[in-house]
Design a protein around this ligand. Structure first.
Ligand SMILES: O=C(O)CCC(=O)N[C@@H](CCC(=O)O)C(=O)O
Ligand SMILES: [Zn+2]
Length: 341
């Protein structure tokens, strides 16, 4: 039997196993590969990979995808890397926690089952009325798993991979969670560029996303990374995801980072978070507008019976416009270019 068969069953790989077990938990199982790497299936869609030897100052890496079940390309990227590792194509050098976030939603090809999981971290899973949803239970489990994984690590990285609902004028971009006085490490900008991600959005306040949780609560260097547009399984052009696949494989193998050839990342700062305020809320951005569409100073973006938001003195662009969210949830972000580089 091959390692894949022993861990996931005949003719299966991690993704097939996760989709199969989507609505149930999986008993913990560990397998030692020929090179000594311990591969532990901790639960459905959660794999811990620990190489035989690690230096005490090594990075620990968390890679997640499928926090939104219909964002399938990053899920396929992670599955490819796991298949390569289990098939003995290369050896792991650093401890890695790999997460497929929302298996039931993945199996249905939907963003979520009851509630957007990426608003339920940093303890938000305990808040009523969402605390009993499948997403709240999974967010709780993922927080605990990340906490245990972080234990021994001085240097934790987390890349939470997504694809966007709308087309994007800048196709690949990352979001850096807000932590007071924390600068984006140069090595992380280099990693993003290596992965073909040339745009970075700096959040303006702490949130309840997965990357905000690992950044604020676990002290990780964390990013949400948007890699393209949402497509169902089997409809992704995986050649558009080669950059992130290559960069993650290189990091997992422990090879040195290539130079970035003098490239710079383009930075934006979030200046306003648009929230659905209720019945009187009117969002004046068209439904089908692309991410990074720019609006002139003074343009009215939203209004309700008590308030409104107009673009300030310099042009601002919109990201993640989505009016179909519950009251109190994010409808979009207004961003402005930073001119320091
Ligand atoms: O395209 C969209 O509208 C959403 C894509 C997506 O899932 N983005 C993440 C960003 C998380 C962050 O702000 O760090 C999300 O909305 O959860
Ligand atoms: Zn997403």
């Amino acid at each position: 039997m091959t390692p894949r068969q022993r861990l996931f069953g005949t003719d299966k790989d991690w993704l097939a196993h996760t989709l199969d077990q989507a609505s149930s938990s999986t008993a913990e199982a560990t397998l030692i590969l020929a090179d000594g790497c311990a591969v532990s299936l901790l639960d459905t869609g959660i794999l811990r990979l620990v190489p035989a030897r690690t230096a005490s100052d090594d990075h620990h890496l968390i890679i997640s995808a499928g926090i939104h079940g219909n964002e399938t390309a990053p899920i396929e990227v992670l599955n490819t890397l796991v298949n390569e590792l289990l098939d003995g194509q290369w050896s792991l050098s650093i401890p890695v926690l790999m997460i497929l976030g929302n298996p039931p939603a993945m199996a249905r090809g939907e963003r979520f089952i009851e509630f957007n999981m990426n608003r339920l971290f940093a303890g938000a899973h305990e808040k009523r009325p969402y605390h009993d949803t499948p997403e709240a239970q999974r967010a709780r489990e993922l927080e605990q798993t990340c906490l245990q994984f972080r234990n021994a690590s001085k240097h934790l990285l987390h890349y939470d991979l997504h694809t966007a609902i709308r087309p994007s004028i800048r196709e690949k971009f990352a979001l850096y969670p807000f932590v007071p006085d924390r600068e984006v490490p140069v090595a992380q900008c280099d990693f993003l560029l290596e992965a073909g991600v040339d745009t970075l959005l700096l959040q303006h306040r702490t949130g309840t996303t997965f990357s905000s949780f690992t950044s604020v609560d676990l002290g990780a260097e964390s990013f949400t990374i948007e890699l393209g547009e949402v497509r169902p399984f089997g409809h992704n052009n995986l050649s558009r995801f080669e950059g992130i696949t290559r960069a993650l494989r290189r990091l997992m193998k422990g090879e040195p980072a290539p130079g970035n050839g003098g490239q710079h990342i383009t930075r934006f700062e979030v200046v306003h978070e648009i929230i659905n305020t209720g019945d009187q809320f009117h969002f004046l951005v068209p439904d089908d507008i692309a991410n990074f569409t720019s609006y002139d100073p003074g343009t009215l973006i939203w209004q309700d019976d008590r308030s409104q938001y107009k673009v300030g003195a310099a042009p601002e662009a919109i990201v993640f416009p989505n009016r179909h969210v519950p009251i109190g949830q994010r409808v979009g972000l207004m961003i402005r270019p930073l001119t320091d580089d």
